[in-house]
Design a protein around this ligand. Structure first.
Ligand code: SF4
Length: 227
């Protein structure tokens, strides 16, 4: 694709999402948790904790597990007071809950020891935390600190490649490709729109191409079966 008409694409996606919400449809989202809290630091902590819990876990489970843990541990200092086994119990049945509990306790200790209980607001320091990859770090920067960051998860990676907006092999490559082509205005928004779109329309197996509002902007790369 030569020039990607991003304004048009985002206009279509925003209108599609508005249509869903006008029809009363609501999709559980990790980012919804962060909207309920006020300060930047609290938001960053909520996003960090819930995103770690969310890896390989359904949204509904993530939200319930995060809420249970965050009630007991509204900050890193509070989490450090909890035994690791209790952290694991609180986030169960999230996938890999024992490993995640271990990481969360280690992260809380690092934040208290090195950062006075604060979540760092830059990529390098976030990536140095146990269990934190680029997806989590970008979500903390974008949702927690409202910085321009592109969070590429499996949905964003898949859709951007199918449509032909990028041609990459890994989510990390997709993030860098999007940094080069996507106007900054849309960096924070793309994750939220495409996750929902990937769950509802451009699904991993057999996407709904016949009723896709983005069909005119998609080359359907590697789509062998669709509905
Ligand atoms: S046309 Fe099909 S492959 Fe392309 S974005 Fe829409 S659902 Fe996905």
């Amino acid at each position: 694709m030569d020039t990607i008409p991003w304004d048009q694409i985002f206009f279509i996606l925003e209108a599609w999402q508005k249509g869903l919400s006008d029809a009363g449809f609501s999709v559980p989202s990790v980012s919804a948790l962060s909207l309920e809290v006020q300060s930047e630091q609290t938001k960053a902590w909520v996003v960090l904790v819930s995103t770690i819990i969310s890896l390989r876990t359904k949204d509904e489970v993530t939200i319930a597990s995060s809420r249970r843990l965050l009630v007991k541990a509204p900050g890193p200092q509070d989490l450090l007071q909890l035994p690791k086994e209790m952290v694991a119990q609180l986030i169960y049945p999230a996938g890999f809950y024992r490993t995640k509990a271990e990481h969360l306790v280690q992260i809380a200790a690092i934040l208290v020891d090195r950062y006075h209980g604060r979540v760092p607001d830059n990529m390098e320091e976030l990536l140095a935390l146990p269990g934190v990859g680029r997806k989590t770090a970008n979500l903390v920067l974008s949702e927690g600190f409202e910085q321009d960051a592109i969070c590429v998860d499996t949905h964003v990676h898949r859709i951007c490649n199918r449509t032909g907006w990028v041609h990459t092999k890994t989510p990390e490559e997709t993030e860098y490709a999007l940094r080069n082509t996507l106007p900054r205005l849309y960096w924070r928004r793309i994750n939220w729109l495409l996750v929902l779109f990937g769950q509802q329309v451009c699904r991993p197996q057999s996407p709904y191409c016949s009723r896709c509002p983005l069909a005119d902007h998609c080359i359907r790369r590697d789509v062998l079966k669709s509905r």
